[in-house]
Design a protein around this ligand. Sequence first.
Ligand code: N01
Length: 539
Amino acid sequence: MNAQTHDIVIVGAGIAGLYALIRAQKQGLKAIVLERGSDIGGTWYWNRYPGARCDVESFDYSYSFDDELQQEWTWTEKYASQPEILAYIHHVADKYHLRDGVRLRTNVTAASWDEQNLLWTIATEENEHFVAPIVIMATGVLSTPKIPDFPGLDEFSGEVVNSAHWPERGVDFSDKRVAVIGTGSTGIQIIPEVAKDAAHVYAFQRTPSFSLPAQNRPLSVEDNQAVKRSYREFRERARNSMLGAWTDTHDTSALEVTAEEREAEFQRLYDYGSPMRFASAFNDLLTSEQANQTAREFVSSRIRERVADPNLAERLIPTGYGLATRRLCIDTGYYETFNRENVTLVDMREEKLEQITARGIRTSAREIELDVIVFATGFDAVTGTLTRMQITGTSGTLSEKWGHSPDSWLGVMVHGFPNMFVVTGPGSPSVSSNMFLSIEQHVEFISDLIADSRAKGYARIEPTAEAEQEWVAHSREVSDGTLMKDATSWYTGTNVPGKPRAVLQYLGGVDVYGAKLNHIQEEGYPGLERAAMREGAAA
Ligand code: N01
């Protein structure tokens, strides 16, 4: 085996992997990033479907580690589009000279730990091997799409596309008959865009989502200058917030105020257009069924106003789960799209998808002829990319371990997998926060820990089983107090058959979580076992 040796192998060249590379290079370490895509950008490279944009505001969804970078970049919209975010990531790669450190078209399939020599060997689909004492999995939380195995898919004679593997050449929908399957955040963005060009769009909905108008708008130079003048305080407030982005909300129960006050507050935040702010309008929307009901009723009424046909509106309004217990979406004209003559809702609760045929889709009610089928069916989120790799630690594989329960030490390390770091893994705030901030927080914690360990002569780092279980128990206790744990969605792993049910995020807040990381660092990393290289090991 002709292996290439490095100090650190980083897997994934998205926002996390690139920042991990910046930190490693600053520390003078020989690092390489392995990326399966044919370019950098991660999530924002793959998800290039029409209408793709972020649901976290642009000023928050950006790196904070370098003020020069903050000052030189200008955002053009409140919610940045996929091309703008990708351009930003490319700008960062150029500014910090990262491209030479990234190996593209390199798909990691396995990683195995050598306990004798304290080394990871990383294997790729291209049959290359990389050896390093440390591996950082910056593989993303929504990076393995879930593709349902509908019968007959291979027989379809038209074009099939997946939102998360969108062709770089684009897809021409003009005058086409198109099915979009899935009405989560992705489907909600795609459907209005495709409807503008297509002859007809059939929106296949199994579970309706709650969505708020994004109220997206262009950002002026003055908007940018105002934030640039106060970036220090802006970032500080974000770090000390529950969601990793400051929300202009107050700490009151929805049930303590009058109905008028509650309505006014919901309306104010609805008009602002932010899922984070709306879901934080009151402090008990995610813990009290009764409080949540008030928010559901408010948004349901708005949906009724947006959809002309009252029967159709009822089909688009979610029932049976709490607002924001599944991802609360934002949209640009989603509900209004159903007022168009060329858009039909196919409600899969009443009309089962029976078979994909050569000509289209046969449901229990009709045969729909199609030219294109778009899958927007979600992801095997948070753990799915890592469990698909053959990662072998000290006593078994990660897929065996997480096949029982996605346990980890603060979502950043896993007992049984020494020297392997995970950026925004299960048990960290990750997707229940501003991912950008959580990524920076993790990468900084990881690189500081690596630097500290190297300085002290430690070559092996592993969380103890007790520390891991303590964190898992705490995290579970927090999520058990919320309505999130009962929802069927990718947040709880219940969108993927056979995946263990568990809330995948730490719901205690970015502020609490950050304080915990800081405390661990200040106390010399309790919960971790750190050891020097054994005698006789290969240096
Ligand atoms: O995935 P989803 P997504 N038959 O899992 C349906 C982020 N994101 O890609 O709910 C029929 O939410 C499924 O139905 P059901 C964001 O964090 C952000 O849309 O399982 N339907 C559901 O309707 C988001 O939460 C942005 O009953 C099937 C849909 O497919 C996350 O990505 C934009 C099915 C999947 O929805 C994932 O969103 C886009 C089947 N067999 C994404 N299987 C922004 O920042 C699945 N479905 C704005």
